[in-house]
Ligand binder design. Structure first.
Ligand SMILES: [Zn+2]
Length: 272
């Protein structure tokens, strides 16, 4: 599943081809992804794209009066293609937005867990977006904010970091990696962390997300970037998907457990 850094990289790649351009019309080959695609997207006609933004794991295409909110689900891919690809498609290419600069924004999704929503321009009130906590790279996600949350919760710190109401879009890979860098066991009860540990953790979350964005995100499973490149950040994983490999710091074997059905990787010697 694409997480925050991957969605940020995708947004940065597609934005220059879309901002200020006109969507002439759409070609919808599949009417139902996770949710049914709105008639407003099906019938879209000569609408100017004012901007392309990201909030959490959502890509937001801002039009004059409305927005299109895109979630990539498990296997969603956005590509920028030339008009000549309009008639060249596979059964997984569900949506094309035909842009007036001879380009297409194409949505491909093998498992169809992604979705496209039509929303009013004030997209922050959208049913999914209004529930999201602060962006981890913004200043309102800071150690005092996270400390307050950790103190009142008696759940494992990794579970807390992956709660989008606490902080949006960290996801499994980056929760594992930032806890390792911070020498904190993912199963530690959040209220046992002191302020200094939280300061280290917040610093490392921001560091690891910026680093991943810099390297194009982590390419795992079906994920690829709109320009067909792949992200290289997986080369820099320290614990994620490293079960039984040796910890780069102490040479102890990396352990894998499951927390709420998601894989957790850690070093039992380095992390306390
Ligand atoms: Zn270690």
């Amino acid at each position: 599943m694409p997480e925050l850094p991957e969605v940020e990289v995708i947004k940065n790649i597609i934005k220059p081809s879309l901002k200020g351009k006109i969507i002439n019309y759409s070609i919808i080959r599949t009417k139902k992804l996770k949710y049914i695609i709105s008639d407003n997207i099906i019938k879209i006609n000569n609408q100017k794209i004012l901007d392309v933004k990201r909030r959490g794991r959502y890509i937001i295409i801002i039009l004059l009066k409305n927005t299109i909110i895109i979630h990539l689900g498990m296997t969603g891919i956005l590509s920028i293609l030339s008009h000549k690809n309009m008639y060249l498609y596979t059964k997984h290419d569900h949506i094309d937005l035909i842009i007036d600069n001879h380009l297409i924004l194409r949505y491909t999704d093998i498992r169809k867990f992604g979705f496209w929503l039509w929303e009013i321009k004030n997209y922050k009130k959208n049913i999914f977006l209004k529930k999201l906590g602060p962006e981890p790279l913004n200043n309102n996600f800071n150690s005092l904010y996270l400390y307050k949350y950790t103190q009142k919760k008696n759940i494992a710190i990794k579970i807390l970091l992956m709660d989008n109401k606490v902080v949006t879009g960290i996801g499994n890979i980056y929760a594992n990696e930032s806890l390792f860098l911070s020498k904190i066991l993912p199963i530690r009860i959040s209220s046992t962390l002191n302020l200094q540990e939280i300061q280290t953790l917040v610093k490392n979350i921001k560091y690891i997300l910026y680093k991943s964005i810099k390297y194009g995100g982590s390419t795992i499973n079906n994920y690829r970037l709109p320009n067909n490149n792949i992200g290289n950040f997986s080369k820099y994983f320290l614990v994620y998907a490293k079960k039984n490999q040796l910890c780069q710091i102490c040479k102890e074997k990396i352990i894998r457990i499951f927390q709420r059905n998601r894989s957790t990787f850690f070093c039992s010697k380095c992390q306390k």
